[in-house]
Design a protein around this ligand. Structure first.
Ligand code: ZN
Length: 125
């Protein structure tokens, strides 16, 4: 039994392991195309999770706004600082998640182009 580096995450795994215990990559002889497909799947999952997080952050922002409304007695008087802090944090988190999503979508596009250029002329996906 030998210890080898996973082609995807570069962590040490047994050469007999069918899949990488760190990232789930299927071990053994893999073509560049299979590696590309694996990366595209991982990226798709990442984008899915980032979308869920961005919806959760929007919900948090709306909840903070509701808190502000409730705390100010329907905008009648000054509210405490809590709702503003929460709204600010939610807004920052939202921008951060959108940034990550933008980066992921851009690498997804690059991977798709790689996949496409590997096809022979006239061959369909
Ligand atoms: Zn791995």
């Amino acid at each position: 039994m030998a210890i080898i580096a996973c082609p995807e995450c570069h962590k040490k795994v047994s050469s007999h392991a069918p899949i990488c215990t760190h990232c789930g990559f299927q071990m053994g002889a893999v073509s560049a195309e299979q590696l590309n497909i694996f990366r595209m799947r991982k990226l798709r999952d990442k984008i899915y999770h980032l979308n869920i997080i961005s919806y959760a952050v929007i919900t948090l922002f709306l909840a903070a706004f509701g808190w502000y409304w409730w705390d100010s007695g329907g905008f009648e008087h000054q509210s405490s600082a809590g709702p503003f802090v929460l709204m600010g944090l939610a807004a920052l988190a939202y921008l951060y998640v959108r940034g990550l999503l933008f980066r992921s979508r851009r690498s997804q596009k690059v991977l798709r182009q790689k996949q496409f250029t590997r096809l022979k002329p006239g061959q369909k996906l």
